[in-house]
Design a protein around this ligand. Structure first.
Ligand code: NAD
Length: 358
C-alpha cells in the first residue's frame, strides 16, 4: 500500500492511473479537492478496490495519523500543493498553508508513524516529495541548466513555498533520519491538465475561437516534460533513489512559450482546422507580462539518468501531439472543468466524505 497526496490533481491523477496500470499494490489517495482536484480524472477507478479515495486535508493531523495507522503504507508520495504561480501572486496565503504548513504536518505524522515501524519496514519506508525546478529561480540565456547543487532562489510565492517545503523535507532526513526523497521537475504537460496552465488553456481557447493570451514577448523559456515520463521518474526514484537525495527531472526540451503556442496552433491546424479557414496562430494576442516572471528554466537531468537509468520516453514532438489529440478526444472533460461542473461530482455521487469508495 502507498499513500498518495493530491492524487486528484493533474500529475497525481496521472500517477495513480499509471501506478495501478502497472502494479497491483493499492493506493490510498488523500486529496482536499480544491478547484484543482477533479475526480473525473479517476472515473475509470470508480469500481477498483485497489484505489481508496479519502477526501481531506494534508494539514489535518488527526486524519493523516489515522490513515497511516489504518493503511500502514510503505511509502508516502506527496503531490498535494497549491500549484499555480498566478494564483500565488494574488492569494499567497493558501500556498503557505498547504505547501509549507501542510507539508510540515505530513512530515510530523510520517515521522511518528515511521518511528513506530519494525526495523525492516523502517528501512524500506520512503517519503517522496514531489517538487519543482522553480525553486532554483531564473536563468540567464547562457547559464548552465539547474543541477541538484544549484542554490535555491525562488521568485514567486509559489516557488518560495515549494522551496520551504523542500527544506523541511531535507531537514527531516538530516535531523531525524526519515528516509526522504525529493524530485525537482520541470514543466509538465499531458492529459488532465487544468486549463488555467499554458498548454491546455491555449488548446481549449483555440477550439472555441477565443484569443490565445501570451505573456509579454512570449520569450520565457521552460523545459517541458510529458507527464507520463514524470510519473515514470517518480516510480524509479521510489524504487531505487537513495534516501536523503534529490533528483532533478527534465526532458532536455527548452522551448520559448511563444514557440510552444505556435507548435500547438500548427498541430491543431492539421488535426482540427478552424471553421473560418484561418490558422489558429491568428488568435494569438500578447498581454501584460506576469510580475517577476522568470525568464528561463532549464534542467540538468544527468543525475537521475546516470544513477537510476531513467530517461524520458517521449520527445516534445511526440508528447505534444499525443496531448493535443487527448484534448480533442476529451472536450467534454474540458467543458466540465470550465463550467465548474466537475466540482459537483461529490454532491452528485456521495453525501458523506467517509463513504467515498475507490
Ligand atoms: P494540481 O494543482 O493540478 O493538483 C494539486 C492537487 O492537490 C489537487 O488535486 C488539490 O485538490 C490537492 N490539494 C491541494 N491542497 C491540498 C491539501 N491541503 N490537502 C490535500 N490535497 C490538496 O498540481 P499538479 O500540477 O498536479 O502538481 C502536483 C505536484 O507536482 C505539486 O506539488 C507541484 O508543485 C509539483 N510539480 C508540478 C509541475 C507541473 O508542471 N504541473 C512541475 C513540477 C512539479
Amino acid at each position: 500500500m502507498i499513500l498518495v497526496t493530491g492524487g486528484a490533481g493533474f500529475i497525481g491523477s496521472n500517477f495513480v492511473l499509471d501506478w495501478l496500470a502497472q502494479h497491483d499494490e493499492p493506493v490510498v489517495n488523500l486529496d482536499k479537492l480544491t478547484y484543482a482536484g477533479n475526480l473525473n480524472n479517476l472515473r475509470s477507478l470508480q469500481d477498483d478496490a485497489r484505489h481508496v479515495f479519502v477526501h481531506g486535508d494534508i494539514g489535518d493531523t488527526d486524519l493523516v495519523a489515522s490513515l497511516l495507522a489504518a493503511h500502514r503504507p510503505r511509502a508516502i508520495l506527496h503531490f498535494a500543493a497549491e500549484s499555480h504561480v498566478d494564483r500565488s501572486i494574488h492569494g499567497p496565503a493558501a500556498f503557505v498553508e498547504t505547501n509549507i504548513n501542510g507539508t510540515f504536518t505530513l512530515l510530523q505524522a510520517a515521522l511518528k508513524y515511521w518511528s513506530g515501524l519494525e526495523e525492516a519496514e523502517k528501512t524500506a519506508f520512503r517519503f517522496l516529495h514531489v517538487s519543482t525546478d522553480e525553486v532554483y529561480g531564473s536563468l540567464g540565456k547562457d547559464d548552465p541548466p539547474f543541477s541538484e547543487t544549484t542554490a535555491y532562489a525562488p521568485n514567486s510565492p509559489y516557488s518560495a513555498s515549494k522551496a520551504a517545503s523542500d527544506h523541511l523535507v531535507r531537514s527531516y532526513h538530516h535531523t531525524y533520519g526519515l528516509p526522504t526523497l525529493t524530485t525537482n521537475c520541470s514543466n509538465n504537460y499531458g492529459p488532465y491538465h487544468f486549463p488555467e496552465k499554458l498548454i491546455p488553456l491555449m488548446i481549449a481557447n483555440a477550439l472555441v475561437g477565443k484569443s490565445l493570451p501570451v505573456y509579454g514577448d512570449g520569450q520565457q523559456v521552460r523545459d517541458w516534460l510529458y507527464v507520463g515520463d514524470h510519473c515514470a521518474a517518480i516510480r524509479r526514484v521510489l524504487e531505487a533513489g537513495k534516501p536523503g537525495e534529490t533528483y532533478n527531472v527534465g526532458g532536455w526540451n527548452e522551448k520559448a512559450n511563444l514557440d510552444v503556442v505556435h507548435v500547438l496552433c500548427d498541430i491543431l491546424d492539421a488535426l482540427s482546422p478552424a471553421s473560418n479557414g484561418n490558422s489558429y496562430r491568428t488568435q494569438i494576442t500578447h498581454v501584460t507580462d506576469r510580475p517577476g516572471h522568470d525568464r528561463r528554466y532549464a534542467i540538468d537531468a544527468r543525475k537521475i539518468e546516470r544513477e537510476l537509468g531513467w530517461k524520458p520516453a517521449e520527445t516534445f514532438e511526440t508528447g505534444i501531439r499525443k496531448t493535443v489529440q487527448w484534448y480533442l478526444d476529451n472536450q467534454a472533460w474540458v467543458r466540465d472543468v470550465q463550467s465548474g461542473d466537475y466540482m459537483h461530482w461529490l454532491e452528485r455521487n456521495y453525501n458523506q466524505r467517509d463513504s467515498l469508495p475507490g
